[in-house]
Design a protein around this ligand. Structure first.
Ligand code: GDP
Length: 364
């Protein structure tokens, strides 16, 4: 899963991104590391992995990872090439979802590019750049479809849909709020529109923002209203605090959070929200050599899940031996679980469930 962090300058993007890279640097057992300074990896918190590691004592435990891309440089006029404009917009095209950082914290020493703190205006500014860029793309597509329609009438329907979508964008509304979005999702996805990507608004609040002063609460409410109207999610987060938390050891982190009355860090919450938003879940593989979590979309069938591990597993898929995490834990060991008949044999139509522990059997 790849998430892009966007927002106006001085809203806390780099601070959040630093928290992410610090958290990444802290976690052991990295399957890969990265040399791109704008890309950060964090592992998906999953206590099931810890329990399985206690059970199998493997030399390696590999969590699922989320990739964050810091897409700085988006400013008013980006779609017209202001700042580094289009280059940044093209980075957004590559992500699965957008984390839109919105400044809600007040600090006289940190100037806001627009001169005041106003989340509603900021959200509109960024969204408008995405919308303008989408309109251009859509216009080119409509042109092309019109040419093709001369030889083949089947293009007429898509032209009509695209024109209605264009009119919707023209009102300053994002593609994801187009009333016919779901109905024509497949067609619309062929245009790769930026404003069709799912969004999480990360409302960057002050250090004491969770208790909140009145002005900040009002700003947070404004973000919530916008998000609700377009079916997006809001996550109040204090980037500054996340940056501090990310450098702590696990036990210190727990203590720090419990003193604040929190169960998990904002970063962990962000990852969880993104999983929900994108309809993702994890299945697990466990043995004496390795315990590992794999990310798949909800509704994925066994052969495609196997394909996540290796394409040969999918091609030669015979069956999956599956036990739920809870059943395995209740039995205490795989041997006991097998004796009780809790390890199921599942075929190619089996729809994977969150927390399935799997061994795939396949032909080579
Ligand atoms: P960017 O331009 O969006 O990447 O913004 P930065 O992450 O560089 O943040 C701009 C300034 O705001 C920095 O001086 C940060 O220390 C400060 N800042 C970021 N997040 C917070 C926050 O949650 N609370 C406060 N008080 N300051 C913050």
């Amino acid at each position: 899963m790849k998430l892009g962090i966007v927002g106006l300058p001085n809203v806390g993007k780099s601070t959040l991104f630093n928290a992410i890279t610090n958290a990444g640097a802290e976690s052991a057992n990295y399957p890969f590391c990265t040399i791109d300074p704008n890309v950060g990896m964090v592992s998906v918190p999953d206590e099931r992995l810890d329990k399985l590691t206690e059970m199998y004592h493997p030399p390696k435990t590999i969590p699922a990872v989320v990739e964050f891309v810091d897409i700085a440089g988006l400013v008013r006029g980006a779609s017209k090439g202001e700042g580094l404009g289009n280059k940044f917009l093209s980075h957004i095209r590559e992500v699965d979802a957008i984390v839109h950082v919105v400044r809600c914290f007040e600090n006289e020493n940190i100037v806001h590019v627009e001169g005041s703190i106003d989340p509603e205006r900021d959200i509109e500014t960024i969204n408008l750049e995405l919308i303008l860029s989408d309109m251009e793309l859509l216009e080119r597509r409509i042109e092309r479809s019109k040419k093709l329609a001369k030889g083949d009438k089947k293009y007429n329907e898509e032209i009509e849909v695209f024109e209605r979508l264009h009119a919707h964008l023209e009102q300053g509304k994002t593609a994801r709020t187009f009333p016919e979005f779901e109905e024509y999702q497949e067609l619309i996805s062929t245009v790769d529109l930026l404003s069709s990507k799912p969004v999480i608004y990360a409302a960057n609040v002050d250090e004491n923002g969770f208790t909140g002063d009145e002005a900040e609460n009002r700003r947070l409410e404004a973000v919530r209203r916008i998000a609700e109207a377009e079916g997006s999610m809001v996550l109040p987060i204090c980037a500054q605090m996340e940056q501090d938390i990310a450098t702590l050891e696990d036990d210190e982190k727990e203590l720090f959070l419990s003193e604040l009355g929190l169960e998990e860090s904002g970063l962990d919450r962000l990852i969880r929200v993104c999983y929900d938003l994108l309809g993702l879940m994890s299945f697990l593989t466990a043995g004496p050599k390795e315990v590992r979590a794999w990310t798949i979309k909800k509704g994925t069938r066994a052969p495609q899940a196997a394909g996540k591990i290796h394409t040969d597993f999918e091609r030669g898929f015979i069956r999956a031996e599956v036990i739920s995490y809870d059943d395995l834990m209740a039995c205490g060991s795989m041997v006991a679980a097998k004796e009780k008949g809790l390890v199921r044999l599942e075929g190619k139509d089996y729809v994977m469930r969150d927390g399935d522990i799997v061994v795939f059997r396949f032909n080579v």
